[in-house]
Design a protein around this ligand. Sequence first.
Ligand code: ADP
Ligand code: ZN
Length: 216
Amino acid sequence: MVNVILLGPPGAGKGTQAKRMVDDRAMVQLSTGDMLREAKTSGTAMGLMVAAVMDRGDLVTDEIVIGLIAEKLETENAGGFIFDGFPRTLAQADALGELLTAKDLNLDAVIEMKVDDAALVARITGRFTCGVCGEVYHDSTRPTKLVGQCDNCSSHDLKRRADDTEEALRIRLMEYYKKTSPLIGYYYAKGALVSVDGLAPMDDVTSAIGKILPKA
Ligand code: ADP
Ligand code: ZN
């Protein structure tokens, strides 16, 4: 049982690597971003509440995301959890520590994915995904073979996130530096931090992460 946090700015590739870890090991990805986007489309009271905040690029309240994670830790059974996009504030980090302790779970590693800002802007503003299979594409670095059609599942349901605009990204980056980047020092002090180069090719990042984690 291995539990890890993927830490890094928006566009660092946390989601991509988390999905690979799920495929390669019996782990469960807990992405608060995905959970919130689901809530957004479900039209629940919570969904309506978070929609505008997310689209702007601001952080949703600690209370909401901590509640989402607490619920998943209760209901999901896994060979390990990958926390993707959570925690994003010191209060969330403390809350996660308490939740794990209460469940007798360890935090095995906090993997920081380092990427510079210019690369993030380029990565995110060209990004789109398949609404059916989740494959991620990019206008210039990874276009679909046929325009408007997913290579993987042939779906035409390709979409861009509402917060993948330059304006929302600027706010997301600011939120990251103000509220999330202090977690790097926090986990370093706890002796849990390891850094990988998020600018390396995707497969290299995957194998760097593989070397950090104990064997599945
Ligand atoms: P990215 O890492 O690419 O910015 P995510 O999918 O992780 O994207 O998150 C998208 C948005 O969801 C964030 O900008 C924020 O509004 C909200 N969100 C996700 N996780 C959290 C969190 N742990 N705390 C507060 N807000 C969150
Ligand atoms: Zn697809």
